[in-house]
Write a protein that binds this ligand. Structure first.
Ligand SMILES: CC(C)(COP(=O)(O)OP(=O)(O)OC[C@H]1O[C@@H](n2cnc3c(N)ncnc32)[C@H](O)[C@@H]1OP(=O)(O)O)[C@@H](O)C(=O)NCCC(=O)NCCS
Length: 178
């Protein structure tokens, strides 16, 4: 599948280490500060390891989409999970921090929505965002996602090789009809 300047494919378990590295670089630590939005001030862990990514790839209800640029370099990834007949979940969304704010994220989200609608046949997508990330929530709202009244606890007990930097974290749930 090609959309905009990116070409997409679904991940296999062999891709798990490179996906885990991309996700960590975008969400956490100093490398993520090259991007315009990061969780580095809230959590100091690895976000997910290769085993966690493999588990998602092996889940028959889900896929991880990998987005390659025209030179064949991995630029972005995201996860889609069919939670029920009607509802899909979008997550693990990462654009290489050196290449953010150039429109790649918008392309990946649009391709994921098309995959969720046409391949998974779900009617809507939800996602979870740490409540403090106003700039990211606004970005999703500009793409048609709305805050729901639902929240989810932050997984303080299940962080990967690290710790949270605040004790008031939880997720806001956003939703969009496809
Ligand atoms: C969220 C993410 C996937 C978006 O990817 P991207 O390639 O940067 O996205 P785009 O280039 O399509 O869009 C950039 C947007 O940021 C906005 N932006 C740029 N700099 C900004 C800043 N300093 N503050 C607020 N918004 C900013 C731009 O205006 C643009 O929004 P618009 O298209 O509505 O005008 C990417 O930033 C990322 O990987 N972040 C780290 C991981 C993460 O937070 N994932 C999502 C978890 S739910």
């Amino acid at each position: 599948m090609t959309a905009g300047s990116l070409t997409f494919r679904t991940a296999t378990v062999e891709d798990a280490p490179v996906i885990a590295a991309l996700v960590k670089s975008a969400y956490r630590g100093e490398s993520s500060r090259a991007g315009w939005t990061t969780e580095a001030d809230y959590v100091a862990d690895e976000r997910i390891d290769a085993k966690g990514v493999s588990d998602k790839i092996n889940d028959p209800a889900g896929v991880i989409l990998m987005a390659y640029d025209k030179d064949g370099v991995l630029a972005a990834c995201c996860e889609l999970l069919k939670k029920s007949e009607k509802l899909g979940y979008f997550g693990l969304f990462a654009v290489d921090p050196q290449r953010q704010a150039g429109g790649l994220g918008r392309q990946v989200l649009a391709a994921a929505e098309a995959y969720a609608k046409n391949e998974m046949k779900v009617a809507g997508l939800e996602m979870q965002v740490i409540w403090l990330r106003d700039e990211l929530i606004s970005w999703y709202q500009r793409r048609g996602y709305n805050k729901t009244s639902e929240t989810k606890p932050f997984p303080y007990e299940h962080l990967v090789n690290g710790k949270a930097l605040r004790d008031d974290l939880y997720f806001t749930i956003l939703y969009k009809d496809l």
